[in-house]
Ligand binder design. Structure first.
Ligand code: GGG
Length: 360
């Protein structure tokens, strides 16, 4: 086909199983791009940043790292964190640095129940459940504002302050994004989650913005919950959820719960979007680097491959994204399951089975 779109991808495998699952996502992209009817080609630039890089260089990424990746169409990211480097150093030095500097303010985390995967939920229609969690991704509890004082003085007198930042603009854009997402879906429902009874400034502002924005979307059903009750609802009344929007920390926690209920963190995909498209967006499996199983070839590549599908969708290749997601479902339904979802399929075999479904 003439006039194929060409994409330049920045690939940051990161640490642990991040390196393994990223390879599998790239295999899927290579397969799609080399089909006779393919609409795209792509090139990759690999960046070896992460904890090993930190141990050699004292930083998680190159000083001009952001400039190096800024001109790419998208960033494909593995995972961050490995023993020997404190987790807050590895997270802030790479993933959060990219999200904040590239204003990737919406983190999209779909929760899908895959056929053949034993869901942890006790719900008669659990296979039909399909949620999307929308995480505010640049402020909230991840503002980075705070500090430590009286360090090293002994007598246990050290104090630490960690502030959350909620701006009206930041709340509004992600809440509006949730409503726009709901409009494109079947049920058209947005659930907002805070802890505004206890967090009486920022999260009350969030609630007020949610109430104001919701008036502009009369066709969207709304719900507002406190996070503790919502954690119970995830388990007890999952059928009441469709689009869930929450602050940076709360949505991070709830999305792990959601994907664990669906079967495993290993199947969860995510997109860190800069919806304004001034900067590249970043796509990554929700799971971390899992040092305990790194190098064994047993990590689940579904989260990374699902993230590649989100990347395709973002790049305007919706049909290809749908094909990949369907191939994942067909593969699990056919019994190809990695250890975390109850089988003994290896990382590579899992991708092989997805590629097999794509070629059918
Ligand atoms: N691929 C996701 C990843 O590496 N996550 C590491 C992590 O600890 N993330 C914490 C967060 O997203 O708040």
């Amino acid at each position: 086909m003439e006039n194929k779109q060409h994409f330049k991808l920045a690939v940051i495998p990161g640490d642990g199983i991040g390196k393994e699952v990223i390879n599998e996502g790239i295999r899927v992209l290579e397969f799609l791009s080399t089909q006779s009817n393919s609409k795209f080609t792509f090139e990759t630039d690999y960046f070896p940043w992460g904890c090993e890089y930190y141990l050699e260089n004292g930083k998680m990424m190159a000083d001009d790292g952001l400039e190096k990746i800024e001109d790419h169409d998208a960033i494909y990211f593995g995972a961050v964190g490995f023993p020997g480097v404190p987790d807050h150093i590895s997270l802030w030095g790479l993933r959060i640095a990219i999200c904040q500097n590239f204003d990737q303010w919406a983190n999209i985390r779909p929760v899908e129940f895959l056929p053949g995967v034993k869901s942890k939920l006790n719900h008669p229609e659990k296979e039909k459940l399909n949620w999307v969690l929308i995480r505010e991704n640049t402020e909230g509890e991840y503002s980075g504002i705070g500090g430590r004082n009286f360090t090293g003085r002994g007598a246990r007198k050290e104090v630490a302050v960690q502030s959350s930042l909620f701006t009206e603009e930041g709340c509004e854009r992600v809440i509006r994004y949730a409503f726009e997402t709901a409009l494109k879906r079947d049920r058209k429902k947005v659930t907002s989650v805070t802890k505004s009874n206890a967090q009486q400034y920022g999260m009350v502002l969030w609630d007020e913005v949610f109430a104001r924005v919701s008036k502009e979307y009369p066709d969207v059903e709304t719900d507002q919950w406190l996070v503790d009750a919502m954690a119970a609802n995830f388990v007890l009344r999952p059928e009441e959820l469709e689009v869930v929007v929450a602050s940076n920390l709360l949505a991070d926690i709830l999305s792990d719960l959601g994907s664990a209920l669906a079967g495993s963190l290993g199947i969860a995909a995510s997109a860190n979007l800069n919806p304004d498209r001034r900067f590249p967006s970043m796509f990554e499996a929700v799971h971390g680097s899992a040092p305990d199983i790194a190098g064994e070839g047993i990590a689940n590549p579904i989260g990374a491959i699902g993230s590649a599908a989100l990347m395709l969708e973002h790049l305007g290749l919706k049909e290809e994204a749908v094909l990949v997601n369907q191939a994942i479902k067909d593969a699990t339904q056919s019994g190809f399951l990695t250890a975390d979802i109850g089988g003994n399929t290896s990382t590579k075999e899992m991708t092989d089975s997805i590629l097999q479904q794509l070629s059918n």
